[in-house]
Design a protein around this ligand. Structure first.
Ligand code: NAI
Ligand code: MG
Length: 351
């Protein structure tokens, strides 16, 4: 098999981690007898500053023919974040109907959690985040600029289709894992959208009698991600709540530099996109110390999505092996003093 992958390294440490991870993906493909051809697109804030747009007008058409997309990060200190996000990342997620965002949080052996008393294997859950609507719907506006009565309105959008498909995907995952689903809402305060969400969870749960369902309000969930993370298995949440909770999930399992994600169009009409959870990390740009593991694991999720499960397992195993080895190179976010390239070379030697 030959797979065509669009690589969009983006901004900041995005190119550092995506370009560094590339040989790891090429190695694993060769070992498993498939071809992985990566075509690199220099889209992002540099392009925006030079040409006035993060990507070309026909950017989505250009991407449509690929088997998958590998993205680094977007975000630049000189450009407001809503401009970078709304003109590259969100158009791809929404335009390609990547409704399911899957974000595992795993505490690996050999990685120190900031939470006391947790060792490798103690935390292992996955967040299913709604990815095309909810609080990140582009609906609203601003009126009366410059006057005392200036106003901004941003509406959240919860459709039955959008809510049902993320909830069902999470139930499917729970049925295959430990059979425990936690649904996160704020239905005490948001009596329309979140009560609707609860209603759909209730309806879908009838199809999954083997899955136990727990409901948490997002404020309590933020606390419980820290107080009792070992009790979560599959967590399902709206776009905003899932976004926030997965940063907590990343840091309690050691580092933003370890957290991968998949943005999936389950219908496979469009290419799905794989990207580390982290952003462009302007505080460490150019130092060569960005942790490439979140990107490598995002590539592992991509291989799995492409049907190359054995290659995916090998990537997970190489990372697990490296992190468990106290003598292996580590980037500073994990308390080490090695660089991105050292970590990549070591991973290649373990494949
Ligand atoms: P961030 O994730 O870029 O950085 C947060 C902290 O984690 C920083 O201290 C950073 O050094 C560290 N970190 C992140 N990735 C790392 C890695 N691979 N290795 C080692 N350390 C790592 O989040 P922040 O600072 O809130 O945002 C920076 C920019 O990134 C902003 O412009 C923001 O809009 C953008 N952003 C983009 C995202 C995306 O493209 N998906 C997601 C989050 C933020
Ligand atoms: Mg985020």
């Amino acid at each position: 098999m030959a797979y065509e992958i669009a690589s969009i390294p983006g901004d900041g440490i995005g190119p550092e981690v995506v370009d560094a991870a590339r040989p790891v993906f090429e190695d694993v493909a060769e070992q498993h007898g498939f071809e992985l051809s990566l075509t690199r697109y220099d889209w992002g804030t540099e392009r925006h500053l030079e040409e006035g747009a993060m990507m070309p007008d026909d950017g989505l058409e250009e991407l449509e023919g690929y088997d998958a997309i590998l993205l680094g990060a977007v975000g630049h200190p000189d450009v407001p974040d809503h401009v970078t996000l709304n003109n590259l990342l969100l158009p791809i997620r929404k335009g390609f109907d990547q409704s399911i965002c899957k974000r595992p949080a795993i505490l690996f052996d050999g990685v120190e959690s900031p939470l006391e008393g947790y060792d490798g294997g103690d935390i292992e859950f996955v967040v299913y985040r709604e990815n095309t609507e909810g609080e990140y719907a582009n609906m609203g506006g601003q009126e009366h600029p410059g006057h005392d009565h200036e106003v901004a309105i941003q509406s959240a959008v919860f459709t039955r289709t959008g809510t049902e498909r993320i909830v069902r995907a999470a139930f499917d995952a729970a049925a295959e894992r430990e059979g425990h689903l936690t649904s996160i809402t704020k239905s005490n305060a948001q009596a329309h959208s979140m009560v609707f969400w609860d209603q759909i969870v209730e309806e879908v749960s009838e199809e999954y009698p083997e899955v136990t369902v727990e409901r948490l309000l997002v404020d309590a969930a933020s606390m419980d991600f820290i107080r009792r993370p070992e009790e979560f298995d599959v967590v399902v949440a709206s776009n905003l709540f899932g976004d926030i909770l997965t940063d907590i999930g990343a840091i309690i399992t050691g580092s933003m530099g370890l957290a991968p994600s998949a943005n999936i169009d389950p219908s496979r009409t469009y290419p799905s996109m794989f990207e580390p959870v982290h952003g462009s990390a302007p505080d460490i740009i150019g130092e060569g110390v960005a942790n490439p593991i979140a990107t490598v694991l995002s590539g592992a999720m991509m291989a799995d999505y492409l049907g190359e499960e054995a290659a995916s397992d090998d990537l997970w195993d190489a990372v697990t092996d490296q992190l468990a080895d106290a003598d292996a190179p580590r980037t500073p976010d994990l308390g080490g003093s090695s660089g991105t390239e050292d970590v990549v070379e070591d991973l290649r030697s373990r494949l």
